[in-house]
Design a protein around this ligand. Structure first.
Ligand SMILES: [Zn+2]
Length: 316
C-alpha cells in the first residue's frame, strides 16, 4: 500500500513537471543568432513564442570570436540559427555548426537562416579576393544591419522563417513584425530629417564598418585607417592617412565600439582630428537593448559632432 501510494505521488509529480516544464519549452522556438542585432529583431517578431540568445555580445568583434564548446551546446538545442553571412562569421561559425551535431542547422536546413539573402550588398569585389591576404570582407561589406532599412528587410526574412517553423503562431508573428516595421519606419524618417543638414560631410573611419550607415545618411569616408578590412595598417599607411586628414581638413575619425581604439587615437592625436566612438551593435553601449535604440544613440552622437563642425564653419 505504502509503495503504491508513493508510486502514485511520483507519477503525479512526473505529470506535473511534464505539463509545466516540458510543454512550455516545446511551445517556444529556440533561436540562436550570431550577433545581438539579429537577436533583438528576432525577439521583437517572435515575442513570447521564442527564446533568443546571441553568441556574440555587443562589445565583441564578430569578425573574430572563439568557437567555444558552450556555443556548440546552445546550437545543439536550437531550432533556428540566424547569422549575418557574407563570411563575417566564417572564422568560427562553421566550427560551431559542425560541433553542434544538429542537422536542422546545416546549410539548406529549415533551421539555417542567412540573413543577408535579400540585402543589396555594398562593396562586392569585382576581381578575385584571397582571404588568406587578410581581407575579411571577401563577399562584400557585411555590416548591413547598420542601416535600419536593412533591419526591416531582415525582419521580413525572420518573420517568414518563424512562420515556417511554427505555423500556428503566424498571425502573432505577423502582427509583431508589422508593429516593428511601422515604428521603425517612422523613426527612420525622423533620423533622416535630423541628419539631412550634414549631407556630404567627410570623415575617416578605422574599419569599413559604417558604409551602410553613411550610404543611408549621405555622408562618406575619405579614407580608412585599416589598409584593407582586417589588416592592421603599416607605418607608411598611417603616415598617408594622417596627411590625408590634414590635407582634406577632416575633423572626425569614427571607430566602432568593439574595435580597439588605440591606433585610431594615435592618428587622431597626430592629425588633430577627433576620435568619435560609435556603438556598432545592440548592447554595444549601456541601455541599447533594442535595435532602434542603436540608431537613436548613433544619430544623437553624430548630430552633436557634426553640428560642432558647422559652428566652426568647417566645410565638409
Ligand atoms: Zn568588417
Amino acid at each position: 500500500m505504502k509503495f503504491a501510494k508513493l508510486a502514485g505521488i511520483w507519477i503525479g509529480l512526473l505529470a506535473f513537471t511534464t505539463i509545466f516544464f516540458i510543454n512550455p519549452a516545446q511551445a517556444e522556438l529556440k533561436v540562436v543568432t550570431t550577433i545581438p542585432d539579429l537577436a533583438a529583431i528576432t525577439q521583437e517578431i517572435g515575442g513570447n513564442k521564442v527564446k533568443v540568445q546571441s553568441i556574440a555580445k555587443g562589445y565583441q568583434d564578430p569578425h573574430f570570436l572563439e568557437a567555444k564548446p558552450s556555443y556548440m551546446v546552445q546550437l545543439n538545442q536550437a531550432d533556428l540559427l540566424i547569422y549575418v553571412g557574407l563570411q563575417l562569421e566564417i572564422g568560427w561559425l562553421p566550427l560551431l555548426i559542425q560541433g553542434a551535431r544538429n542537422p536542422a542547422l546545416n546549410l539548406g536546413g529549415k533551421g539555417n537562416l542567412d540573413a543577408s539573402r535579400a540585402i543589396q550588398v555594398l562593396e562586392v569585389p569585382t576581381g578575385e579576393v584571397d582571404r588568406s591576404m587578410g581581407d575579411i570582407h571577401p563577399e562584400g561589406n557585411p555590416h548591413y544591419l547598420l542601416d535600419p532599412r536593412n533591419g526591416i528587410i531582415v525582419g521580413q526574412e525572420i518573420l517568414d522563417r518563424l512562420k515556417l517553423l511554427s505555423p500556428k503562431d503566424s498571425a502573432y508573428f505577423e502582427a509583431n513584425f508589422k508593429n516593428f516595421r511601422d515604428k521603425l519606419t517612422a523613426q527612420i524618417a525622423d533620423w533622416e530629417k535630423r541628419m539631412a543638414p550634414f549631407k556630404g560631410t567627410q570623415v575617416v573611419s578605422y574599419h569599413k564598418l559604417f558604409e551602410y550607415l553613411m550610404n543611408w545618411l549621405g555622408f562618406s569616408a575619405a579614407g580608412y585607417i585599416e589598409e584593407k578590412p582586417g589588416i592592421p595598417p603599416t607605418a607608411k599607411h598611417l603616415a598617408f592617412i594622417t596627411e590625408l586628414i590634414k590635407e582634406k581638413k577632416i575633423k572626425i575619425i569614427l571607430n566602432g565600439n568593439y574595435t580597439d581604439p588605440k591606433i585610431a587615437q594615435l592618428v587622431a592625436d597626430k592629425s588633430g582630428a577627433k576620435l568619435v566612438i560609435l556603438p556598432a551593435a545592440v548592447g554595444g553601449e549601456e541601455d541599447i537593448d533594442i535595435y532602434p535604440k542603436l540608431f537613436e544613440r548613433i544619430i544623437s552622437k553624430l548630430e552633436v559632432e557634426f553640428r560642432q563642425l558647422q559652428s566652426f564653419n568647417v566645410r565638409p
